[in-house]
Ligand binder design. Structure first.
Ligand code: ADP
Ligand code: ASP
Ligand code: MG
Length: 534
């Protein structure tokens, strides 16, 4: 049996649910399918916003009405387009779900806060709607199916909104599930149950993790994550032009890439599949013919050194330093114990070899809480000036270069840092894992996208990019632009990409982020530009 997971991007409307049905059915006839579904696209974001607005005492009526429209819109379209599709029971279910949601939101508004154990229930609503829609689609084609409610099966611990599954305890519960391949199994992603029997969620984007847990629990032959891109690329294809699709990644590489921000896979996903040696394929619902990226123990033969670049936004860096740090045994462990007790996850750590300071990055959302706790915990050292006031830097990002083969290649770090300097990026801190599978740098968040682009260009493209700005476009300047335009093809043959990004005369300035099209009437655009030349 295979586990197939479809993310929100694959479940945007009725037509996409039908694609998901086709993909699932063709897999089911071959091997048997267990299908894990996310909420319809945008629904979890809407639910999260509803919780925030209700707790803040804002009017959430419009957003609630929009959610209602999206869900019933999908039902109506399916009713119109799918023979034998009966939406009566489903409509009642969705209506009941929305009524309960409204009651929770009214409660948040009264309390002026949204307790996490209730937010977990609210956030998971979209996944339950999704599986019920899918079950009705399968009923309409006469395919028997069983909905598995993770609350009865997937045991987890930790935060209500970011729990971690106990795979072996969960596996024992799955023994009563019939995975003979007769029924299509359908499970809502993102949801689990804690020891107290309360519903919890596995963290935003956590349905990938649900699929991995299910695959491990039912000993699936493969776990397929279906999304809106052809597989894992060496950088986010929606942000970096020319990102290249990877054929294979090892579990460790996939883990590093996702941990450092490649959203295509939730970082917790790799644990269960790697432990049970289950291969994982990342595939595109919109392009099922594409082979996808295989994540397994097998290394790629095509890409042997650097595999990819990813970046994590919304980082805050703490620097704990002071004269009392030197040689003080257990200082680092005290700092990290404070973070661990507060359930704050640390993304990167560096320590100066003089032991005078420890720096670490955490998600900005946890920063205020972390600072309060550190200041409490080190109150004595701070008041005796053994520690300097704790330094906090916001608005940072971590850019990471990943690849198993990096440990065998020399000069990669130098190339990485010279690329960053070419992008005019200042490194706030640097860390390399002892596995040499990744190198990370902490930089200003505002420069992260540019840094990723320049690093990508230097590592993966043999094109030399020259960014030109022309100041003065009289007859000589104009002729130069014409030559640049005429020579594009021959420059490209020599791996040179020469782009004119800006043109100015004595009065005006024309700047274009994607480069000025020299075959367009650029003179008119320059004359109409509202930007004066200074
Ligand atoms: P889903 O709704 O299917 O879970 P997500 O939006 O969570 O989809 O993840 C898919 C997105 O991940 C892609 O659209 C892409 O923009 C982003 N992404 C980030 N890094 C990468 C990468 N290295 N390779 C592929 N996609 C990536
Ligand atoms: N629906 C959840 C979210 O948007 C889980 C997921 O899609 O993976 O975070
Ligand atoms: Mg996702």
């Amino acid at each position: 049996m295979k586990v197939l997971k479809f993310g929100g991007s694959s479940l945007a409307d009725a037509e996409r649910y039908l694609r998901v049905k086709d993909i699932s059915m063709s897999c089911h006839t071959e091997t048997g399918a267990a299908v894990v579904l996310s909420a319809p696209k945008g629904v979890t974001n809407a639910l999260s916003l509803l919780c925030e607005e209700a707790a803040a005492g804002k009017d959430y009526g419009e957003l609630f009405a929009k959610l209602n429209m999206v869900l019933f819109g999908i039902l109506d379209d399916l009713q119109k387009n799918v023979p034998n599709f009966t939406s009566t029971k489903l409509s009642e279910f969705v209506q009941k779900t929305l009524n309960e949601l409204n009651q929770h939101l009214e409660g948040f508004a009264l309390l002026q806060c949204a307790p996490e154990q209730v937010v977990a229930k609210v956030l998971s609503v979209g996944e339950y709607v999704s599986v019920n829609i899918f079950s009705e689609i399968l009923n309409a084609i006469g395919q028997s199916n069983t909905i598995i409610d993770p609350v009865d099966y997937i045991i987890a611990e930790g935060d209500y909104l970011d729990s971690i599954a106990d795979v072996s305890a969960s596996k024992a519960r799955f023994s009563d599930v019939d995975n003979s391949g007769k029924d299509v199994l359908i499970m809502p992603g993102f949801v689990a149950v804690n020891e107290a029997g309360e519903k919890v969620t596995l963290g935003r984007n956590g349905s990938d993790y649900s699929a991995a847990i299910l695959a491990a629990c039912i000993d699936a032959e493969c776990c397929e994550i279906w999304t809106d891109v052809d597989g894992v690329y060496n950088a986010d294809p929606n942000q970096v032009d020319g990102a290249v699709l990877l054929d294979k990644l090892t579990y460790q590489e996939a883990m590093e890439l996702s941990y450092f921000g490649a959203k295509v896979l939730h970082p917790k996903t790799i644990g269960p599949i790697a432990q049970h040696h289950i291969p994982c394929l990342i595939r595109n619902t919109l392009n099922p013919a594409a082979p996808g990226t295989l994540i397994s123990n097998e290394a790629s033969t095509k890409w042997t050194s650097v595999k990819g670049i990813s970046h994590l936004d919304d980082m805050t860096m703490f620097n704990v330093a002071g004269p009392g740090m030197k040689g003080m045994v257990g200082m680092a462990s005290r700092v990290f114990e404070v973070m661990s007790n507060a359930n704050v996850s640390i993304s990167l750590i560096t320590q100066s070899s003089s032991e005078y300071s420890i720096s670490f990055c955490i998600h900005s959302k946890d920063a205020d809480r972390a600072l309060d706790l550190l200041e409490d915990s080190f109150a004595l050292e701070l008041s005796n000036q053994l520690l300097d006031p704790i330094e906090v830097r916001h608005d940072l990002a971590i850019v990471t270069l990943v690849g198993d083969g990096m440990r065998h290649s020399k000069g990669l770090a130098a190339k990485f840092f010279s690329s960053l300097s070419q992008a005019r990026v200042n490194n706030v801190a640097i860390a390399q894992g002892s596995s040499e599978r990744s190198i990370s740098t902490v930089i200003e968040a505002a420069k992260a996208k540019k840094a990723v682009k320049v690093v990508h260009l230097n590592f993966f493209s043999n094109l030399h990019a020259i960014d030109a700005f022309l100041v003065g476009c009289g007859s000589v300047g104009k002729e130069l632009l014409e030559q640049i335009s005429r020579q594009q093809a021959s420059l490209l043959e020599r791996n040179i990409s020469l782009n004119v990004y800006g043109i100015a005369n004595s009065k005006k300035l024309l700047l274009q982020a994607g480069g000025v099209d020299l075959n367009s009437p650029w003179e008119d655009s320059l004359n109409q530009s509202e930007t004066p030349f200074s």
